[in-house]
Design a protein. Structure first.
Length: 151
């Protein structure tokens, strides 16, 4: 026979237990993903790839924002920007230039094409390569938390 009061207490604790477990696992996965992005990133002086809870710095490359409920939401944002002495707050366009590349620019003064940056994607390929593993690890963390609570 199941004790109803004990079951109600467990169900009341469930959201907090799940949130704690998922928060810890999301931090691990975000750190792991940032590491894999840094491993394949081009050698750009001042390139900063990092993650944060909530919103990324203005103009940074981001993977996207996920979630429906604005009240009880666990949201992490992974972003890339370039920090230099001229732009201490970050100059995210440079990270985008290296991710997507630029077309050669025509200069009217000299009549030449100049300034092409070849695409060196590091952000999205790393995300796509790790996406299914991240989902699996989050599901496993969720299952572990529920099982631990029920034990």
């Amino acid at each position: 026979m199941v004790d109803a009061s004990k079951l109600k207490r467990k169900f009341a604790q469930l959201p907090n237990v799940i949130e704690d477990a998922l928060t810890k696992q999301i931090e691990k996965e975000a750190t792991r993903l940032v590491g894999s992005m840094m491993a394949i990133a081009p050698d750009v002086q001042g390139l900063k790839i990092d993650w944060t809870w909530g919103k990324a710095p203005r103009g940074s490359i981001t993977i996207g924002t996920y979630g429906r409920n604005e009240v009880a939401e666990i949201k992490v944002t992974i972003y890339a920007t370039v920090i230099s002495s001229e732009y201490p707050g970050g100059f995210p366009a440079v990270a985008r230039w290296h991710e997507f590349g630029t077309a050669p620019r025509y200069q009217k003064k000299t009549g030449r094409y100049t300034g092409r940056i070849a695409a060196q994607p590091f952000f999205y390929p790393s995300f796509r390569a790790n996406k299914s593993k991240i989902k699996a690890n989050l599901r496993a963390a969720l299952r572990r938390a529920v099982r631990k609570m029920n034990a």
